[in-house]
Ligand binder design. Structure first.
Ligand code: SF4
Ligand code: SF4
Ligand code: FES
Length: 235
């Protein structure tokens, strides 16, 4: 039997112990699902796809943020024990469910939505697949907003106002998008004390991202873009 401790309640909650049968190729999400279906139906947790597409199953497993559906127990178990909690750096709604609103509010603050400069009268934009901008976008555009990098970032813990790796990575992909018309406004949005300059380049976000995105590289790109725009008198 696997010994599992699971966070129960809100911010002032506590760990509750369970015993769960082990079997080959078992994932951490399988463990949580076993507890909810067989041992305690009041356990709150979140998942949807079970195949690494939606990002909603992200939790803290033995101190590390991970997608639980893509994490095998064999890979993370320590002395036959697992400790599972909600994602760090976010308020807890209940048990394993973190409140993602702050995370997505920061995407808005970083102007993380496309704002096209063309009208219906214009021809289609042609972006060569091998252009440097398009390749940079390719490196960051597959983010699915799971919050793993955000939970891994110590700067978010120290400075809850910090926009964080995912929102800044999103801003960077849009700054590189030649069809977007709000580059200066977006650079203004990420240039403040809580923006790209707050990043300490610890790379925890990059090490943990299950999509192999490097928010650290994107944030470095934003720092360069902000410096260039400032030098040119555009900010
Ligand atoms: S950058 Fe990676 S870890 Fe961060 S939210 Fe996007 S997919 Fe998740
Ligand atoms: S590189 Fe920057 S955003 Fe990523 S974890 Fe470190 S401080 Fe946070
Ligand atoms: S349930 Fe969708 S990524 Fe894990």
């Amino acid at each position: 039997m696997l010994r599992v401790r699971v966070w129960r309640g809100g911010a002032d909650g506590a760990l509750q112990a369970f015993e769960v049968p082990r079997y080959p190729s078992q994932t951490v999400l399988d463990v949580v699902t076993h507890i909810q279906r067989k041992l305690d139906p009041t356990l709150a947790y979140r998942y949807a796809c079970r195949v690494g597409m939606c990002g909603s199953c992200a939790m803290t497993v033995n101190g590390v943020p991970r997608w639980t559906c893509r994490t095998h127990v064999d890979k993370v178990v320590q002395k036959n024990q697992l400790t599972i909690g909600p994602l760090r750096n976010l308020p807890v709604i209940r048990d394993l469910v973190a409140d993602m609103r702050t995370f997505f509010d920061k995407w808005e603050r970083a102007k993380g939505h496309f704002d096209g400069a063309s009208t219906k009268a214009d021809d289609f934009a042609r972006v060569p697949p091998d252009s440097p901008e398009r390749k940079t976008i390719d490196a960051g555009v597959e983010c699915i907003g799971c919050g793993v990098c955000y939970a891994a970032c110590d700067v978010v813990s120290w400075n809850p106002d910090y926009l964080g790796p995912a929102a800044l990575n999103r801003a960077w992909t849009l700054v590189q998008d030649v069809r977007d018309g709000k580059t200066i406004e977006r650079l203004q949005a990420v240039a403040g004390d809580a923006g790209c300059h707050a990043c300490h380049t610890h790379t925890s976000c990059t090490e943990r991202c299950p999509k192999h995105i490097s928010p650290t590289a994107g944030i470095a790109g934003l720092k360069r873009a902000v410096a260039k725009a400032t030098f040119e008198g555009k900010l």
